[in-house]
Design a protein around this ligand. Structure first.
Ligand code: ADP
Ligand code: MG
Length: 728
């Protein structure tokens, strides 16, 4: 066995679980490192506290003077809790979080040291941000960008740094981050949904989108992970023969959690509690060494921040336990990949979940209104949803050889399907008193019971209604949830605005009663959006055919899928709702297309390196051993040697054949890369990487993996799948 491989396995086997200090009660430490309401009440003046609350709930502006008060209180709290530095914490379009730390102290003119953190430093900063992705926005003469405080997400302490969640925008006002469009979309859906709620309840004055994400990940011992250059640089294995035992016995899923992993989880959860991330469930996932963590749902902006923060914290805590956490959607071929389900709903300030059926027919009509509008919105913008979850890494999950497909559809369960079928029969125009009573008693009135028995969950649907929320399951495990959340909020808001206009005009022009008008519009929406509803097996081939007949998109690769982000329909949608200008949408498109090409480029180079520098030399070494063996046999047996050395000679030939294919593959791939790099724009480059470079990955890998099976295990340099997945 190669030294590196041997050392890695030995190190892994010798590891002792790291002890963790856990409080007896989690509730004691929840939010201890967060400048939350309790901390604010203690450290802020009444006026400042009120001002922050007002900004949080109503989006009102905080005056500079009040900001000074707030910063003083925040600093006091932070220093009391061990912070020495502060940073604006933001989410640039790199997909990682960014921070630049400044110490609280400053030197006065006379050399005296004072602690300083004023309203100015709290509210706005100008990080030197020229090296963040900007899609051309910042190539103008004015290249500055600035970060601005987002009071709706509380500040927190990580280590010894006070982190202040901020947006990141260009000097000219364009968003350069994930948070800005998300906040705009939240405002838009608040307005649109509140307006619709008024049909049912005049007391509703605010609607918030809620998000509960579920994060899947792999945990591999650091020594093992570091022994693989592909895991280190690409976050996934680019080659490696399948282990004889994989996940086929289903013995990992929901099984008992290995003790070292358990200690990591307990440590992680303690950190999460301190940071106010309400983590709740943990369990093994389907693949070996795959796990999942999910919190209690929160307001969407906070939930997005918490997910980004969680990923950071997981990297830090895993290192403490000598683990490497893999967020990649497909770190290992042949076993399950990782996703990040986004559970989404809408909640009113009066405490009602708008996607949860109520106790009265009127409440249920409200439920149906939001339910059906969401389905219609998803139908209209299915391509945009597909685009928003597209990435080089998520392509391994969507539309690749493995399920699920890249087709967006909505699952609602058989009972709700029956309800919609009934509603589709509602009379056009005015309803008779009999029909109204019938609807109230037998259709709308029955929904709560229906949902209670709605146990037929469909795990293959990318967008499923699960009783009181929709679950967008196609999101990749590396993704920032802000992207899909912005889109979902935007399309539903747009749909609700249209709905309200249609209902109002039926009331005004056709003199229909409010509920009659609502029934009439919903009936049309049910008819219009039928094609997006699918209750069957989303992973089957039959569905691909059926979806095609229905005219649903099936954009299998990221370059094709991303185009929907800059379609006329999408550009207009974001502009109409003031969520993103055309310039902003196009910049984002450009960044994502470039990122795609770069990722494939890196993987291509890496695969070429590993195949030529690790695999081929090892294969030749083993081939030489065989040649020596054959020569020896020839010495002993003379002209009869061919019969005796037949198998060895076959292997010698096979090795040569595989080497030839690998070498040719790499040469051709390198040519394809050169051509791709010379394409005249980013879009064409990405398409070339996808269509002309990526296909070589499979060919090269296939022959490398065959060599892994042939070559003596003693000299194979790369840690094998069975070792990566089963050494503990
Ligand atoms: P699973 O999908 O694994 O069966 P659950 O249905 O119990 O699990 O919940 C999954 C996720 O849904 C949890 O993370 C939870 O926070 C989230 N969730 C529950 N209700 C809502 C809601 N109203 N809005 C957003 N997310 C929600
Ligand atoms: Mg789920």
């Amino acid at each position: 066995m190669s030294t590196l491989r041997f050392q890695a396995i030995k190190e892994t086997l010798n590891r002792k679980p790291v002890q963790v200090n856990e409080p007896a009660r989690r509730s004691e430490i929840f939010g201890k490192h967060v400048f939350n309401k309790a901390a604010m009440r203690q450290h802020l003046t009444k006026e400042a506290f009120k001002s922050v609350l007002d900004a949080m709930t109503n989006g009102s502006k905080i005056s500079r003077e009040v900001a000074d008060h707030i910063s003083t209180g925040m600093k006091e709290w932070a220093i009391q809790n061990g912070a020495t530095h502060y940073t604006h914490w933001f989410q640039p379009l790199t997909g990682a979080t960014a921070e630049k730390h400044d110490a609280f102290f400053e030197l006065e003119m006379d050399g005296e040291v004072i602690e300083k953190f004023g309203g100015g430093q709290l509210v706005q900063q100008e990080p030197d941000a020229s090296s963040f992705p900007n899609g051309g926005i910042r190539n103008t003469f004015e290249a500055r960008g600035y970060t601005a405080w987002d009071p709706t997400s509380p500040a927190f302490i990580m280590g010894t740094t006070l982190c202040i969640p901020t947006v990141f925008v260009a000097y000219t006002g364009e968003a350069l981050d994930y948070k800005t469009p998300l906040l705009r979309s939240l405002q838009t859906i608040d307005q649109a949904a509140t307006d619709v709620c008024k049909y049912f309840d005049k007391n509703v004055s605010k609607v918030t989108a809620t998000l509960g994400w579920e994060q899947e990940y792999f945990l591999i011992d650091s020594a093992l992970a570091n022994s693989r250059p592909d895991l280190v640089l690409a976050g996934r294995t680019l080659l490696g023969h399948a282990s004889a035992k994989g996940q086929q016995l289903d013995d990992h899923y929901f099984g008992s959690i290995p003790s070292r992993v358990m200690n990591f989880m307990r440590d992680l959860e303690t950190e999460c509690m301190l940071l106010g991330i309400p983590v709740k469930t943990r369990h093994n996932e389907v693949a070996p060494n795959q796990f999942e963590l999910a919190p209690i749902f929160e307001e969407a902006n906070l939930a997005v921040d918490h997910n980004s923060l969680l990923m950071d914290v997981m990297r830090k805590v895993s290192a403490r336990h000598s683990f490497t956490v893999l967020f990649h959607e497909k770190p290992f071929a042949g076993v399950n990949g990782s996703g990040k389900h986004n559970n989404w709903s809408l909640a009113t300030n009066t405490g009602v979940n708008l996607l949860s059926p109520g106790k009265t027919p009127m409440k249920n009509l409200q439920f149906l209104t939001f339910f059906i509008n969401t389905i219609k919105a998803v139908y209209k913008h299915e391509e945009l949803i597909r685009a928003t979850i597209a990435s080089a890494s998520n392509d391994h999950r969507l539309g690749a050889n493995e399920a699920p497909p890249a087709i967006i559809s909505v699952f609602i369960g058989s009972q709700l399907t029956n309800v919609l079928d009934e509603l589709e029969k509602v009379t056009d125009g005015k309803l008779s008193p009999q029909e109204k009573t019938d609807l109230k008693l037998n259709v709308v009135g029955k929904i709560p019971e229906v949902i209670l028995d709605n146990t037929d969950r469909n795990r293959t649907s990318p967008f499923a209604f699960t009783g009181n929320k929709f679950e967008l399951r196609a999101v990749g495990s590396t993704a920032n949830c802000a992207n899909p959340m912005t889109v979902l909020n935007a399309i539903v808001a747009d749909q609700l605005i249209e709905f309200k206009q249609e209902v109002d005009s039926l009331i005004k022009d056709k003199k229909l009663k409010k509920d009659e008008a609502i029934f009439n519009v919903l009936r049309e929406y049910i008819k219009d959006s039928k094609k997006i509803r699918f209750e069957g097996d989303g992973y089957g081939d039959a569905w691909e055919k059926e979806a095609k007949k229905r005219g649903l998109s099936n954009n299998k690769t990221t370059p094709t899928a991303l185009k929907a982000k800059v379609s006329k329909q999408s550009l207009e949608l974001f502009e109409r709702l003031n969520i993103m200008s055309k310039v902003e949408s196009e910049a984002r498109y450009e960044i994502e297309v470039e990122e795609y090409a770069m990722r494939i480029q890196i993987e291509g180079r890496l695969l070429g390196d590993i195949a030529r520098n690790h695999v081929i030399p090892t294969a030749i070494k083993y081939q030489n051993t065989l040649i020596e063996n054959v020569q020896g046999l020839k010495e002993i047996y003379g002209k009869d040697f061919k019969k005796i050395a037949k198998e060895q000679m076959n292997i010698i030939e096979s090795i040569s054949e595989h080497i030839e294919k690998i070498n040719a593959g790499i040469t051709d791939m390198t040519d394809a890369r050169k051509k791709a790099n010379n394409e005249k724009n980013a879009e064409k480059t990405a398409a070339a990487y996808c269509d002309n470079v990526k296909p070589f990955f499979d060919v090269i890998r296939y022959h490398c993996d065959k060599l892994e099976l042939l070559v003596d295990d003693e000299i194979w340099p790369l840690t094998k799948y069975r070792e990566l997945l089963f050494t503990r």
